[in-house]
Design a protein around this ligand. Sequence first.
Ligand code: ZN
Length: 120
Amino acid sequence: MHELSVAISIVQSITDATAAEDHGQIAAVNVRVGAMSGVIPEALQFAWTPATRDTPLQGSELRVEFIPAAIYCENCSDTVELPGQRLVCPVCQTRSPRLVRGRELDILSVELQPESQHAS
Ligand SMILES: [Zn+2]
């Protein structure tokens, strides 16, 4: 399952980034997933629980912001959002290989539990 390895690498990079400091419990992780990234948001959500097991992120919530793909259409001289994954302008049906966005796979932010909720 491709999304599981993606989820594990997200967990790994957050763990690496926070290991040096005492950040407390992580409550939620916000990521951005583009339509053309090859990652299905629902599958990534599903993979989060096994990926975070026995890590500092166990019990945290994964929030996925989905970014629809968009191309620049020469014919329309405009950036148009795509309804799916075909690189065809939905307005004039011209093919365009110029993907403007949709390949995102970014960790946006990490939210920590409030200090008072630390397990002692
Ligand atoms: Zn067009």
